[in-house]
Design a protein around this ligand. Structure first.
Ligand code: APR
Length: 167
């Protein structure tokens, strides 16, 4: 597996699937979630609504992943995953690792060869980016997947530096 870091906007990535840092409702939000829905178009939300009306009636649990179309984005699919909110008192590292492993599992089901991840949970969900980088890169490197290229798309210099330090 080729593992690369780039600074940029995940909505512009020419990969088979991009991963969305969603919330359990799958109804959109700010940050990555907002950018993907805004640029991807309403069809993404329509598919999310169908997921909520079906097997994800109670919402997508933290650490799990599910795919929809990417519609107007360069990618073919969006893999929505729900990161854990950072907690000082509770170690939720396994859930953050699971976001990456589950997203790669969904990518394998789709037959995606290239996948782009944002720095999940490091924005609104408050996870310190150096710790999140370690967890994310360790999880991806240890994953048993057929995905050939994993790209971490870092939106700012601090996140890029944190991931680079871990690579
Ligand atoms: N491309 C790549 N990375 C981005 C982009 C983008 N267009 N926009 C933001 N980021 C970065 C942020 O700088 C941060 O490093 O993605 C990382 C994750 O930040 P959030 O999007 O806030 O995601 P998260 O911390 O997982 O919080 C998820 O926020 O937007 C809501 O609905 C979402 O409730 C959910 C929560």
């Amino acid at each position: 597996m080729e593992l690369t870091l780039i600074r940029g906007d995940i909505t512009e990535q020419q990969v088979d699937a991009i991963v969305n840092a969603a919330n359990s409702s799958l109804m959109g939000g700010g940050g990555v979630d907002g950018a993907i829905h805004r640029r991807g178009g309403p069809e993404i939300l329509q598919e999310c609504r169908r997921l909520r009306a079906g097997q994800y009636g109670g919402g997508l649990p933290t650490g799990r992943a599910v795919a929809t179309t990417a519609c107007r984005l360069p990618a073919r699919w969006v893999i929505h995953t729900v990161g854990p909110v950072y907690s000082r008192s509770e170690d939720r590292s396994e859930l953050l690792a699971s976001c990456h492993v589950e997203s790669l599992r969904v990518a394998d089901e789709l037959g995606a060869a290239s996948v782009a991840f944002p720095a999940i949970s490091t924005g609104l969900y408050g996870w310190p980016v150096d710790d999140a980088a370690r967890i994310a890169l360790d999880a991806v490197r240890a994953a048993d997947t057929s995905v050939r290229e994993v790209r971490f798309v870092l939106f700012d210099a601090a996140a890029y530096a944190a991931f680079e330090a871990c690579l």
